[in-house]
Each structure stands twice: as structure tokens, then as C-alpha cells.
Design a protein around this ligand. Structure first.
Ligand code: PLP
Length: 437
């Protein structure tokens, strides 16, 4: 080893592991992670990329920034409420508290009064039924896709799933409903054309070979022009006409977004209650879209149909996690959700808040439409405002602390406050000022 060989100067592991910053990090991180950070910095010194005298400060900085989970909070300044890349719905304070309470040992499947086994997820199911009295029964599974798979697999059996060609959608990142539904060998019977499906198209195929009929709400796109479909009430009538006298053909309606009731802010978005009243046997929605809760698949409907689903072996493979059950119940029983607040944000108040921040930055305020985003009200604008900044702000905001995701559009960086809780306006302003430099 030569005089100036950097290996000579690499500080020893035992000395680095004795640093006060390492002792402090032991309360938060595993020994393996800490040793990994130390070894990585020693490597950098060895390779001449870090001066030996800086290693202690560098390790300290790195350990302070490290968390046991790499998922970081982000301020959503895009104006897109259900943002798929940001984990969809942000939870309400009530749901977050419920997760904390359920995180340790909890009476998930125990009746504390009798000391006997209790029904898993009873509280979440009861809350759903109270929120949606049009349903006789409910079941909660892992997510919307699992709910759909369970419903069509259990209700169709060996028989056909009848579905319109216009509703065989891709729900995201290459996952397509027709492929999903056939995972367990179910038989799809497609009817109609991409843009138009008529009652006669269904009537032609309905009969003894029909296991169930599926209607899917196209939740992430719209088609306009020469289009037509058959609504839930008309489908119900058709099914009743074409089933044998002693048989009810189940009608499954996948709505996606999870509005419990019609919302005047989203006039074209279908809701669970209306679909059930119109004659659906089972309606399906995600917990983490417009309902504003945790990831979950919600199945509501007639008691006989829901019981069939609950008894199917697949139900066990897609069951909901206790944290999701706790959060879902609290979402429904708590005082409101951030998704609801963002959807119903008062444009005048949004303008005031935006103006306060923009003035501090010396930047203009421009009109900006928010969106519902992933799986709801496609194309429907939510009028609001944004701070307009040069495009190069976007990266600095993303890499800042806290991380801020803005919208980059037409060579500008747009900061929309719709999905920022008002209590975080100060944090956002600090991040914007830091990104200015
Ligand atoms: C979002 C969506 C799904 C998938 O639900 P996940 O909760 O993402 O699994 C299925 N169908 C429709 C209509 C949807 O909008």
C-alpha cells in the first residue's frame, strides 16, 4: 500500500459504529441498515469520491434522513384528487387513528364479550350497510379487481359471463378486465360493439348458459359520438324476461369509483345506491377512490348473492387486511374525508389561498381545472386555480423536503392547492421558497 493510497485513510468500522449519530439511529433502524450505510461511505472514501475527513458528517446526514420505510409523504399540488402514483386517496384523520389502534393485537376476529371467535370485518360491513341502506349485505376484499374476480368467478361457475364489448376496459398499467376475469377459466360471452350495445344484443345470448351478466362503468375514459348502452334498470328487466321462472340471473355492476350516493359535483358519475335500486344484485367499488378510504374492494348487494361470494374459496385468497378494515370503517363513520374536501373545495377560498402564496413568490395565479383522477369522472373538470412558475421548479419541488408534486403543462410548472390541506399551506410555501433558489 502506497503512502497516498486512500485505503490507508479509510476510517475503521468500529470507530464509525461508535459515533453518537449511529447510537441515535439504532432507535430507528436495524443494525444491518446502519452497517450498510457505514460500509457504503467507506467505499466512497476508498474510491476517492468522499474525503476521509467528511465521512462522519456524511454518515450522520444519511442516517438522519433514513427511515425504516422508503415511502415518503408528498404534497399533492397537481389538482388530481385520486392520484394513482401518489397512493390514491389520502386517509382521513379518523382512518389514520383507526390504523394505529388496529396495528397491534386487536379484536379483529374475537368477540371480547363471549371470548369466542368473532366475525372478521363486521364493523366495516355494518358501517357500509348503514351508509348504503339499499344493500342487504356487504363483503370487503383486498381491492376492486379482486372483488370483480370473486364476483364473476363465484356467480358464473361453469356458465358464461355476459358483458358488452364497450365495457371490456383496461384498468391501468396493462391490466385488462377480460384477461383478469378469465384467470380461473371463466367463459366470457361478449355482446354488442365497442361503441354501441343494444338490449337485443343481450337478449340474443341470455338463457340457461348465462352464469351472470356484468356491467362495467368505463371509469377512466369517455367515448362520445354515436354511442349507446343498456342501463342497469333495462338490463334487470331483460334478465327477468329471459331467465327460467325459478331462476334469477345475477347482475353484477362494477362502478369503480365508490360514490355511495349521487354527488351533484359529479353529475355523470354513477353511484352504488342508484345501481342497487335499479336492480343490480352485486355492485363493486374500490375503497380508495371517491369513497376516500383505504385500498379495498367493496361488494354490496342482495343477501343470497353476497353469501355465495363470501363462501367461495377465492374469498379467503383476497381477504382484506385488518388495517384496511379498521380504516374503512373509520372512513365511513368519521367526520369526512380529504377526498370529499378536495372535491367540494370552494373555488373562492382556493383562489384566496393561492393568491397568498403566489404573492409571496411574486408569481401569477392562473385558472386551472382539477380532476377526480384514477377511476372516476373521466374528463370532468373541477374549476380552480394554480400558481404559475417556470417549468424548472418542478424537479426542485419534487426533490425537496417535503417533496411536492406539481403539474408540468405547456412548459410551465403549475401548483394547484385543491389537494393540499389548508393546514399545510405554510409547509408548501416554505417548499416553494426553497425551490426558488
Ligand atoms: C379502479 C377500477 C377497478 C379496479 O379496482 P382496484 O381497487 O384498483 O383494484 C375495477 N373496475 C373499475 C370500473 C374501476 O374503476
Amino acid at each position: 500500500m502506497g503512502q497516498d493510497d486512500p485505503r490507508r485513510t479509510v476510517p475503521r468500522t468500529d470507530r464509525l459504529l461508535a459515533l453518537p449519530a449511529v447510537a441515535a439511529a439504532r432507535g430507528r433502524l436495524s443494525e444491518q441498515v446502519i452497517r450498510g450505510v457505514v460500509a457504503q461511505h467507506q467505499d466512497e472514501v476508498r474510491q476517492g469520491r468522499l474525503p476521509a475527513e467528511s465521512i462522519e458528517a456524511a454518515i450522520e446526514r444519511e442516517l438522519e434522513a433514513r427511515r425504516p420505510s422508503t415511502i415518503r409523504p408528498v404534497l399533492n399540488a397537481t389538482g388530481v384528487i385520486v392520484h394513482t402514483n401518489l397512493g390514491r386517496a389520502p386517509l382521513s384523520a379518523a382512518a389514520i387513528e383507526a390504523i394505529e389502534r388496529a396495528a397491534r393485537y386487536a379484536d379483529v376476529e374475537l368477540d371480547l364479550r363471549s371470548g369466542k371467535r368473532g366475525s372478521r370485518g363486521r364493523g366495516a360491513v355494518d358501517a357500509l350497510l348503514e351508509a348504503c341502506p339499499a344493500a342487504e349485505a356487504a363483503l370487503v376484499v383486498n381491492n376492486g379487481a379482486a372483488a370483480l374476480l370473486l364476483a364473476v368467478t363465484a356467480l358464473s361457475g361453469e356458465a358464461e359471463i355476459v358483458v358488452s364489448r364497450g365495457e371490456l376496459i383496461e384498468i391501468g398499467a396493462g391490466f385488462r378486465l377480460p384477461e383478469l376475469m378469465q384467470v380461473f377459466g371463466s367463459r366470457l360471452r361478449e355482446v354488442g360493439a365497442t361503441n354501441r350495445t343494444h338490449p337485443a344484443d343481450y337478449a340474443r345470448v341470455l338463457g340457461d348458459a348465462t352464469g351472470c351478466v356484468l356491467k362495467v362503468h368505463p371509469s377512466n375514459f369517455t367515448i362520445s359520438g354515436f354511442t349507446s348502452g343498456v342501463d342497469v334498470a333495462a338490463l334487470r328487466r331483460l334478465l327477468d324476461e329471459h331467465a327460467a321462472a325459478d331462476r334469477r340471473i345475477p347482475l353484477v355492476v362494477d362502478l369503480g369509483s365508490g360514490l355511495l350516493e349521487p354527488d351533484p359535483a359529479l353529475p355523470d358519475e354513477p353511484d352504488l345506491t342508484s345501481a342497487l335500486r335499479a336492480g343490480a344484485d352485486v355492485v363493486i367499488a374500490s375503497g380508495d377512490k371517491l369513497l376516500g378510504g383505504p385500498q379495498a374492494g367493496l361488494l354490496l348487494g342482495r343477501r343470497d348473492a353476497i353469501e355465495r361470494l363470501a363462501k367461495h374459496p377465492l374469498a379467503r385468497a383476497v381477504r382484506a387486511d385488518k388495517l384496511a378494515l379498521a380504516a374503512l370503517e373509520a372512513t365511513l363513520r368519521g367526520p369526512g374525508t380529504p377526498v370529499r374536501d378536495a372535491l367540494h373545495a370552494d373555488p373562492a377560498r382556493l383562489h384566496e389561498r393561492t393568491l397568498v402564496l403566489a404573492t409571496r413568490l411574486g408569481a401569477p395565479v392562473v385558472p386551472h381545472d382539477g380532476r377526480v383522477g384514477g377511476g372516476g369522472a373521466p374528463g370532468h373538470p373541477l374549476p380552480g386555480w394554480a400558481i404559475e412558475l417556470p417549468a424548472d421548479y418542478a424537479e426542485r419541488l419534487r426533490l425537496g423536503e417535503p417533496a411536492v408534486l406539481a403539474r408540468v403543462h405547456d412548459g410551465r410548472c403549475l401548483v394547484d392547492l385543491r389537494c393540499i390541506p389548508e393546514a399545510s399551506d405554510g409547509l408548501l410555501l416554505d417548499a416553494l421558497i426553497a425551490a426558488k433558489r
